[in-house]
Design a protein around this ligand. Structure first.
Ligand code: SF4
Ligand code: SF4
Length: 140
């Protein structure tokens, strides 16, 4: 995310200092994630099924827990990959590290569970619960 300037550095060896300058898609600026409580009940999964039914929405579990992800490009991302509000960028952007980021490998590779859509989550629900029938009511 720390991308103050875009330079033509295609032939230079990649390091943490120049990686963002060479990153062509600035993947880290194209989605929002939100941690959620670990889903346990059938109704918890009903909520997740509803959420991932929407375009650009997914859910995953990694070593930090469960998250929903919404793929949507930041409105401040400029055509050349620079941040349009670099001096005023939010804390989340400032704290993002490029030590090992989407430039190096797709984030999905680090997920323990990955549900990019309704169908993938439904298959999981049917495996996780012996008797799964969509339409489970909220707990009393
Ligand atoms: S994905 Fe990585 S290399 Fe690309 S802009 Fe974000 S932090 Fe920098
Ligand atoms: S504010 Fe800047 S650094 Fe943060 S996500 Fe948007 S473009 Fe990226």
């Amino acid at each position: 995310m720390n991308k103050p300037r875009h330079h033509e550095l295609q032939s230079i060896e990649v390091s943490n200092d120049n990686k963002c300058d060479q990153c062509t898609n600035s993947k880290c600026c194209t989605y929002v994630t939100q941690q959620i409580d670990t889903p346990k009940s059938k109704y918890d999964f009903e909520i997740l099924l509803w959420q991932v039914s929407h375009k650009n929405m997914g859910a995953y579990k990694d070593e930090d827990g469960w998250f929903i992800i919404f793929e949507t490009e930041c409105t401040h991302l400029e055509m050349d990959g620079r941040c349009g509000i670099y001096e005023d960028r939010p804390t989340i952007c400032r704290s993002h590290t490029n030590d090992y980021c989407e430039f190096d490998a797709p984030a999905e590779e680090g997920f323990k569970l990955w549900f990019p859509d309704y169908q993938s989550l439904l298959v999981y629900c049917k495996k996780r619960f012996k008797k799964w029938s969509t339409g489970n009511p909220p707990p009393n």
